[in-house]
Design a protein around this ligand. Structure first.
Ligand code: GAL
Length: 407
């Protein structure tokens, strides 16, 4: 009813109806036979017409209130189990709504068929563009063909969608650099590098030997390979020279990958490594972890095996999740990587809006992200190392995390 009241036509109708109803009631208060028959008929006809008009006004009022000017945009996120995706989803939605779009935001809880069904639903509802962070980047080929058939542009969000020509643009961070930064902070934390600006030429080869173990992300996420390759570009020379020793011997991506970025899987693998390779009293000095959710599983395993904040290895991470920043403040996790999801959301939304206006979205990389069918034009944002030294400045002062949440 409020919707109807807000439109001038609706307000006029409501005024008329209330006038009509008072007029009718005043008639009923008298003996009905004291009112001339003609007047009664006019009242009835007017009542029916007004009620019909009100119904139409209500329906059109409702329709216009749910159909924003810009139309519907589908936003498909992988899971709510990680706080970062919740922030991503909310940032994208808020921006689109502010720009006059309706948003269908869905989370697939790491289930591939659910994500496909949700995307099909968005197309059925008439979405004009899709922004997608894929669970498995290789499993969306068929639904993206449906999007292309319906002329719906697709923005690949954070994770590259592979094996499809129907990916228009890619909004992400410099993922290779994320891996370089993770390895760099691992080396700083272990004292191999003096600062984050150091390189292996700066005396790193005098250090060690130090025991490190390696973890990578989900093998079906294109980013996981980029992170791992970036990290190994820094670590491999030091493994080759003997500064770093991987006692488990597990250094191939296939051996160290963690399906669905699952912290419990990483925890179990760390348990197995401790039992298998560190029984004789050797200590783990560092763990390359590509994501905070894995870092916390790894730390849980180490803690269960007797490590304390005083002797926990240097453990890296990514995403600046509140639980991991708290862990850093408690002296457990050493570092994380901050990727400002608010900026990423802004880039993805700008891409979608440009495409809908028939314009060309801004990109800054047109060579790196080959998805197996095409090189997807991309915009890469900058990632940053976070430690206890700079978390306030990067995370709290920027409003990314409320100080109270770190309580
Ligand atoms: C990656 C993403 C990371 C992390 C990880 C697990 O694709 O780039 O920042 O969020 O997924 O969710």
């Amino acid at each position: 009813m409020d919707l109807v009241r807000q439109s001038p036509l609706g307000a006029a109708l409501i005024f008329f109806l209330s006038f009509w109803s008072r007029w009718t009631r005043s008639g009923m208060a008298h003996k009905s036979n004291s009112i001339p028959k003609g007047t009664q008929l006019i009242k009835k006809v007017l009542g029916v017409v007004a009620a019909g008009a009100l119904l139409v006004a209500t329906l059109t009022g409702c329709a216009s209130s749910t159909t924003a000017e810009g139309g519907l945009i589908g936003v498909s996120m992988p899971t709510q189990s990680s706080t970062r995706w919740i922030s991503d989803g909310n940032s994208i939605k808020d921006k689109l709504v502010a720009d006059g779009f309706d948003v269908d935001l869905q989370y697939a809880e790491d289930d591939i068929p659910t994500q496909v069904t949700q995307l099909e639903g968005m197309l059925t509802k008439g979405a004009k563009a899709l922004i997608i962070a894929a669970i498995d980047g290789t499993q969306l080929t068929d639904v993206l063909q449906k999007a292309a058939d319906a002329k719906v542009p697709v923005i690949s969000y954070d994770r590259l969608i592979r094996d499809s020509a129907n990916v228009d643009y890619y909004a992400t961070f410099d993922n290779f650099k994320v891996g370089v930064l993770q390895a760099t902070s691992l080396l700083v934390g272990m004292g191999v590098y003096a600062t984050e600006a150091s390189t292996s030429a700066d005396g790193a080869n005098a250090a060690g030997p130090l025991n490190v173990e390696l973890f990578a992300g989900s093998p079906d996420d294109n980013n996981a390979t980029f992170f791992f390759n970036g990290a190994m570009s820094v670590l491999q020379p030091l493994i080759d020279s003997g500064v770093l020793v991987v006692k488990s011997g597990q250094t191939d991506f296939t051996q160290v990958a963690t399906l669905r970025w699952d912290g419990a899987v990483a925890q179990k693998r760390m348990d197995d490594i401790l039992v298998g390779s560190y029984k004789g009293g050797a200590k783990v000095n560092g763990v390359l972890s590509p994501y905070d959710g894995l870092s916390r599983g790894i730390i849980a395993s180490l803690t269960a095996a007797g490590y304390t904040a005083a002797d926990l290895p240097t453990v890296t991470g990514q995403d600046a999740e509140v639980l991991s920043v708290k862990s850093m403040i408690a002296g457990e996790q050493y570092s994380t990587i901050f990727k400002d999801t608010r900026e990423l959301a802004a880039v993805a939304v700008a891409m979608a809006e440009a495409l809908l206006k028939g314009e060309t979205p801004e990109t800054n990389d047109t060579t790196t992200y080959d998805n197996g069918v095409k090189t997807v034009p991309s915009y890469l944002l900058t990632p940053y190392i976070v430690t206890t030294d700079n978390y306030k400045e990067l995370l709290v002062d920027s409003g990314y995390i409320a100080e109270a949440d770190l309580g």
